[in-house]
Design a protein around this ligand. Sequence first.
Ligand SMILES: [Zn+2]
Ligand SMILES: [Zn+2]
Length: 243
Amino acid sequence: MWNAIVRTLLEPACASCGLVLERPLDGAVCERCWLGIESVAPPWCERCGDELPGWQSADGLCARCLAQPPLYSVARSAARYHGPMRELVQAFKFNRRRLLAEPLGRMMRLSGADLLDGADAVVPVPLHPLRSIRRGFNQADDLARQLGLPVWRILRRRRHGPPQASLQAAARHANLSRAYAIDPLWSARAKLRGHSLDGRTLVVVDDVMTTGDTIQACSRVLLRAGVTEVRALTAARTTGDRS
Ligand SMILES: [Zn+2]
Ligand SMILES: [Zn+2]
């Protein structure tokens, strides 16, 4: 009955396809879209988590990780950044539908269970403060808070460069390699409390993994600060256009 009332009064729309939801109290996405989300399926690269063609899975690593292993030990994503999942993430990020952090976080907890297991904390990929203010929130932070571990806001975004997606690969590398740093506020507080990053296992959290360069840049900073192992978990990842 409540579903009917909410539906009539508010006409809440599916965050993915925009149709009025039949059962709005069950979630922000209609059943058809929910079922249309494509999870990342094994066999995948044991390091970066990219799907592998069957013939390549014998050594368990993709060509990229074989040639140059990433700094993080393992990366996983809940779903492909495609179809309804792409709509969901964009509605979450750009239309400020922040309640979507809950279902996205649930998916991440499921597909990242082994990765979260035994970790000390999750670390959201930071936005530059200016972008954070403009958007009103950091989507990675919202997701990180859904994962059942302490959230450590260790990193700070230093540069406010052009959005990564608009850059060529080389410019993107240069832009990113200096983009992240340990937040001095975190350092000061950690010193007061006698906390240290030495020997920690941390999980870097973001909404979408595209080239992996962002995760790589964050890993570099964390490892230099004494962290023992960096893992990465994202809600979605782009597939098939990265080699
Ligand atoms: Zn829908
Ligand atoms: Zn790989």
